[in-house]
Design a protein around this ligand. Structure first.
Ligand SMILES: Cc1cc2nc3c(=O)[nH]c(=O)nc-3n(C[C@H](O)[C@H](O)[C@H](O)COP(=O)(O)OP(=O)(O)OC[C@H]3O[C@@H](n4cnc5c(N)ncnc54)[C@H](O)[C@@H]3O)c2cc1C
Ligand SMILES: NC(=O)c1ccc[n+]([C@@H]2O[C@H](COP(=O)([O-])OP(=O)(O)OC[C@H]3O[C@@H](n4cnc5c(N)ncnc54)[C@H](OP(=O)(O)O)[C@@H]3O)[C@@H](O)[C@H]2O)c1
Length: 391
């Protein structure tokens, strides 16, 4: 059992407001060292907690910010970090350092923040630069400016603007918990919850940025030591109630997470329905997440089909929807046989393209005009046979 966790508290419901305090017990690289990405498998201890979950649920995690960024802010403010501040929806004053580490979001400065810095700037050049961004015709530039900056950038670029810790803190929003699709079945792992996390690292405004929660998990949590607050959010995304139903799962990148849970669940329960997985990522050699597990399921027959799309192993990008189109006649036969179709992962591009491919397959294979194909897909949704967990 995790250090510091009380004995079993069966019957207690953990929520966003009353999360479970636990520990991370595994942090394993899923992507290889030569990958352009950093995708990790985490295991979180539930033993004795009474916290329950179902395949398809998501886990909420309260992260903390990077200490380096917090110390930089304290230095720019010219204070010690011990000053007491009140935060939005707080329950009493707390030291600035603690508020910045645990409670407040250090990214996404608002227009109001830019206005405040412009008012406080005593240097004419600094003030003019910010005021130019606040002009009505500069709306697009302001959006770009704030998207590329964290609060530490505003402090760095406007050194003449002086403010108290409380005035600074009043510009910040609360730090929100992040959600992750659960990658394990409680029937296989009742005392653990697994996650598949794509670690967010990028550069803007010539600074390295570190996604708050993904780098908290990857870099700052000490295994078995750091207390981590988690809660489960129940989902409508579920394996079929009828175990005989076939399932088609499309989950590129970290989108594989809930399908690992579905596949574990359907293996433990010996569900007779067939399983078909479409997985994709950048390169087979470095980004084939859960390769051994997937290939064992494929060779053992638990996966009736495993279709892979490694986008950067050739000149032309190949994505999961291209594999769907290649397998269109069989995919259509599965749908006509009652299969359920699931998608998880990137909402902005992948899920839209997969949806378009599904419509095309239904229209072409079913010999249906566009309107009838749209109606067919709508019916799949109404029957709970087309479910998406996209973000
Ligand atoms: C229901 C649900 C399930 C999810 N499941 C998973 C999952 O299983 N696995 C998983 O990895 N994630 C999952 N996510 C996403 C996850 O919740 C976080 O959003 C993700 O980990 C990033 O959080 P962060 O705190 O690390 O980054 P943040 O600090 O929140 O930073 C992310 C932000 O940085 C900016 N950004 C990111 N990349 C760039 C770039 N290249 N250039 C410029 N700006 C950029 C964007 O504004 C982005 O919104 C899920 C989300 C939801 C809602
Ligand atoms: N907010 C952001 O800026 C941002 C950026 C990345 C990821 N994310 C989020 O993090 C989640 C997980 O990311 P991840 O790193 O595991 O995987 P990912 O970025 O979704 O990439 C997984 C695979 O999907 C491919 N892909 C890109 N565009 C696609 C499209 N239109 N259709 C189908 N496949 C496509 C990628 O190919 P290529 O990369 O070779 O094109 C890669 O092979 C994403 O689902 C997304 O929500 C957010």
């Amino acid at each position: 059992m995790a250090k510091g966790m009380s004995a079993s508290v069966q019957g207690f419901t953990y929520t966003k407001d009353q999360p479970l305090l636990t520990r991370i017990v595994e942090n394993r690289a899923l992507s290889g060292p030569e990958s352009e990405k950093d995708t990790r498998h985490f295991s979180i201890d539930l033993a004795g907690s009474g916290l329950t979950y179902a395949a398809g649920d998501a886990l909420g995690i309260y992260p903390t910010n990077r200490p380096l960024e917090v110390e930089e802010i304290i230095e720019y403010l010219g204070v010690t970090g011990c000053e007491l501040v009140d935060i939005p929806r707080g329950t009493g004053a707390l030291p600035l350092r603690e508020a910045l580490l645990q409670k407040l979001s250090l990214s996404g400065p608002s227009r109001k923040a830019v206005e405040f810095f412009a008012q406080r700037a005593t240097d004419a050049g600094e003030r003019a630069r910010l005021e130019a961004l606040l002009a009505p015709e500069a709306a697009a530039r302001l959006t770009e400016f704030t998207a590329e900056r964290h609060f530490v950038d505003l402090l760095h670029e406007t050194p003449s603007a002086r403010m108290t810790p409380q005035e600074f803190v009043a510009l910040l929003r609360r730090l929100a918990p992040r959600l992750y699709s659960i990658a394990s079945s409680p029937k296989r792992h009742p005392d653990e919850v697994h996650l598949t996390v794509s670690v967010v690292r990028y550069q803007t405004n010539r600074r390295d940025r570190h996604g708050v929660c993904s780098t908290f998990l990857a870099d700052r949590v000490e295994l078995g030591e750091t207390p981590v607050m988690v809660f489960v959010t129940e989902s409508h995304f579920r394996p079929p109630e009828d175990p005989r139903r076939d399932v088609i799962m499309v989950g590129p990148g970290a989108g594989i997470a809930p399908f690992r849970a579905f596949l574990q669940e359907r293996a433990v329960t010996a569900a007779p329905g067939r399983n078909w997985l479409f997985f994709g990522d950048q390169r087979r050699a470095s980004d084939y997440l859960y390769r051994e597990e997937l290939e064992a399921w494929r060779s053992g027959g638990h996966l009736a089909r495993l279709d892979l799309a490694f986008s950067r192993d050739q000149e032309e990008r190949i994505y999961v929807q291209h594999r769907m189109l290649e397998a269109a006649p069989e995919l259509w036969r599965w749908l006509e046989g009652g299969a359920a179709f699931y998608v998880c992962g990137d909402a902005k591009r992948m899920a839209k393209d997969v949806d378009a491919a599904l419509h095309r397959i239904v229209a072409e294979q079913g010999g249906l005009p566009l309107e009838a194909a749209t109606e067919y897909v709508k019916r799949l949704k109404r029957e709970g046979r087309y479910q998406r967990d996209v973000y």
